[in-house]
Ligand binder design. Structure first.
Ligand SMILES: [Zn+2]
Length: 528
């Protein structure tokens, strides 16, 4: 090493946020080593510059300030700890040349370059390159670490909404997200409601923003497809491994079947028809318009509209068609209150509830054998497709299949598997949860008014449509004696004929069971 005694030197320490944890790079360490080196060589330390600015180029505040002072202070040397503190860019060699021309020698105290050697630029280049490679390796290591954790079923980044970060109780050093006690139930609700096919994403998004699930349109849509909610973990493609989904270690918030139904609804492939008609912002305040109410004066369908009051609030009215010069008009509030008390009175007869249960259980027993057969054949079909999918992945990994064909076929198989899974669950759910199912139907019958109150406009109309056999006529603040569907009349304690039925023998009821179960169950599908 050259005689450095008495030479003027600038010391330059730099750290970037990503290096903070690396001991050898910590600023106090760099400063200490730089000073020791210069002192050992009896140099004149003119100034120590310290940079904590992350930048790959030379455009850093302290570096710029130092560059300006080099000539002014007649500096001989600039020392840094390692070459990657000076630059990580291969063209950093240009800066070296530029400085050498000015008579300033940059050098690393740990990766010393001998400028007397004609190929010094090679060494500089190598040191820089090495730093770059190391940096890339560090990046890969991080990525590999994440993929490794993902393969284990561990989500390592920021948890999706509904989850909070946490530690794995069995491996306390490892992260394991857990459901947020406040938001997870809301997420579950969103999935369940969307799975019914009765609500648009936008109506749910707005309703739940108020409850604290604050998502943009695209975030909301992505959320509905985030497979982490059913306890799975997606792993991105890595090296030769295609992207895959593994069992997550975290708790699911949403059950698999609901999730799959949501995907079907999202794809517009649901059996349930979504009401795609764009409803105005007033629609929710006018559930009885659109063919529910009949005009008491002229018999036309009533419609409804808002009118602005003096203080700017809307007041809603149901009214007749003005073109027909019919003046029928009343505020929605009385009509709604009156309907509510009508629905509150609808309580199923105790005997009917018992019969209803028996009928369903009976129906269940009869078709149980059939169902088991069906489920078995569907399960076989499912495992066939799953095998095909495995073969496909095998082919892809062993290079016998191009990526596009792989993705296309994979999509197709996954789609088929999803459909069968839903079908199987629809059959086996009933088998497994007959009691829950029946109880839910009965809950619904018992609390039809509460259910109605909570339902959205489209559902409200369906409920009214399935309860009453004809349009409602509102007269003098009361509904004219409304006619119920015969099945509803049977179920609810609202029909004098009921007493006769009670005392009839089972077979009679059983014969009528389909119509009773049919209409009685209809509202159930709203909630499932
Ligand atoms: Zn009228």
């Amino acid at each position: 090493m050259k005689n450095l005694k008495g030479k003027k030197v600038f010391l330059y320490g730099r750290v970037s946020t990503t290096d903070q944890k690396d001991n050898g790079y910590r600023l106090p360490q760099q400063k200490k080593f730089l000073h020791e080196f210069a002192e050992r060589n009896e140099m004149e330390i003119v100034e120590y510059f310290e940079e904590d600015h992350t930048a790959t180029t030379f455009d850093r505040p302290e570096f710029n300030r130092m560059s300006k002072l080099i000539i002014k202070n007649k500096i001989d040397y600039v020392f840094f700890y390692k070459w990657d503190r000076f630059t990580r860019e291969p063209n950093g060699i240009m800066k070296v040349e530029e400085w050498l021309e000015k008579g300033v020698v940059p050098n690393s105290i740990t990766e010393w370059v001998n400028y007397d050697d004609a190929s010094y630029y090679l060494y500089v280049g190598l040191f820089i390159l090495q730093a770059k490679v190391e940096n890339k390796k560090r990046g890969d290591a991080t990525r590999e670490g994440i993929i490794g954790a993902n393969l284990e079923g561990r989500h390592v980044n920021r948890p999706p909404i509904g989850y909070i970060s946490g530690k794995d109780p069995s491996k306390p050093k490892k992260p394991l997200m857990k459901p947020c006690s406040i938001k997870a139930p809301l997420i579950k609700e969103i999935f369940e409601e969307y799975a019914t096919g009765l609500y648009s994403q936008e109506s749910l998004r707005k309703a739940y923003t108020k409850k604290g699930i604050d998502r943009t349109k695209s975030q909301f849509s992505n959320m509905l497809s985030n497979i982490r909610y059913i306890g799975k973990m997606p792993v991105e493609a890595h090296k030769k491994e295609p992207a895959q989904i593994v069992e997550g270690l975290h708790e699911a918030i949403v059950d698999e079947v609901t999730f799959l139904k949501v995907q079907q609804v999202k794809l517009g492939k649901s059996n349930i028809r979504l009401n795609t008609k764009k409803s105005s912002k007033h629609e929710e305040f006018l559930p009885l318009r659109g063919g529910v109410l009949k005009c008491v004066r002229c018999g036309s369908n009533l419609t409804g509209s808002p009118s602005k009051s003096r203080n700017g609030d809307y007041i809603y009215y149901y009214h007749c068609n003005p073109k027909k010069s019919c003046k029928e008009r009343f505020p929605v509030l009385i009509a709604h209150n009156e309907l509510n008390s009508l629905l509150t009175e609808l309580k199923p007869h105790k005997e009917v509830v018992i019969l209803f249960k028996e009928i369903l259980a009976d129906d269940y027993r009869i078709s149980q054998a059939n169902r088991i057969k069906m489920i078995k054949s569907m399960e076989m079909e499912k495992s066939n497709i799953e095998n095909k999918l495995d073969d496909l992945t095998e082919k892809y990994v062993t290079d016998n299949l191009d990526k596009n064909s792989y993705n296309r076929l994979k999509e197709k198989y996954l789609e088929e598997i999803n459909l069968i899974t839903i079908e199987i669950s629809e059959h086996s759910d009933f088998q497994k949860d007959i009691d829950r199912f029946v109880d839910f139907g009965i809950q619904l019958l018992v609390n039809i008014n509460t259910f109605y109150k909570k339902a959205q406009t489209e559902v409200k109309r369906k409920i009214i449509g399935s309860i009453f056999s004809e349009k409602l006529v509102f007269e003098k603040n009361k509904y004219r004696t409304a006619k119920f569907n015969s099945a509803v009349a049977l179920i609810f304690n609202y029909n004098k004929g009921l007493q006769n039925i009670e005392h009839k023998k089972r077979p009679t009821i059983s014969n009528g069971s389909y119509s009773v179960a049919g209409t009685g169950l209809e509202p159930v599908t709203f909630g499932l």
